[in-house]
Design a protein around this ligand. Sequence first.
Ligand code: SF4
Ligand code: SF4
Ligand code: SF4
Length: 323
Amino acid sequence: MAFSRRNFLKGAAAGSAAAACAAATTTPAEARENLTMPPKAVGLLYDSTICVGCKACVVACRDANDTHPEFSTEEKLWDNPLDISGKTITVIKMYSEGTGQHKDQEKDGFAFMKRSCLHCVDPSCVSVCPVTAMTKDPVTGIVSHEPADCIGCRYCIVACPFAVPQFEFDKAFPKLLKCQLCKHRQAEGKIPACAEVCPTGATLFGPVTALKEEADRRLAVPAGKPNTFARKTVGSPDVHEHPNAAYVQHAYGTTEMGGTQMLLLSGVPFEKMGYPKLRERSYASEAETIQEGIYHDLIAPVALFAGLLYVARKNTKNHDEEE
Ligand code: SF4
Ligand code: SF4
Ligand code: SF4
């Protein structure tokens, strides 16, 4: 059952008293399976082994999404975000171990890793959002956030297994920031900015089915053998040549949490690169199964959220007055 912010406020006001009485209502739980990927889903393939750490993608993302530089040194000499934040949608992080000499090696090696929203096939952030400010496009599968609908409850921050949604915690009325797969650029016939500028094709855009095939192709080539890597869009004739790396034999995102639309390849184990081992069943499918078993037609959650009503209304009123 979907609620807009308006319906949420109206429904919570009208239904809270009745809902309190209905909180004990129970119905048999029917297990909900993981959602499946839309057939025309698009996404990114990030291949750590051909990333050179230039961070052109980080700069292009700022430019495309109008975010401001973030400094991590007192001198404020250059844009150097340490992680994604309320100001930064994507970062390239670095792994280093021992002497840090050998690219894409776990021991005495170093490697780069992209961090941004993975556009989950069955996203927890969408599942927990009480006002459908977080949505998943039924055609492209892009997970988006609509600021005008957001009541600032921050459930999505808690629910995301990858700690992706970020708020501007230094603002009185913070906005949430996350990758929307440059859907505004796609609407103009362009590809995501990070894929557009990547000089090596380490960040590659395309249909998820084709990206997965490309990931499987790379995983099947023996380490050290010459290989070609398309730039910008999967299948592009503009290719970059490079010896194949010794990959971890798994494309991260093909199974985790029911799958994601950004897939990752790496020479260093993913858990050392900030991507934990996760099961195949999505949190959303499990949580909604339990919820269905406890509550009937979301009446009790309305009671649960009724306490938010006062805060939401107050925020909305104050915010509207400011505009
Ligand atoms: S632009 Fe490409 S090569 Fe450069 S840091 Fe980003 S992903 Fe890596
Ligand atoms: S990575 Fe987090 S924010 Fe992105 S779709 Fe998945 S649950 Fe939502
Ligand atoms: S797809 Fe767009 S918003 Fe997402 S990380 Fe790339 S440039 Fe940034």
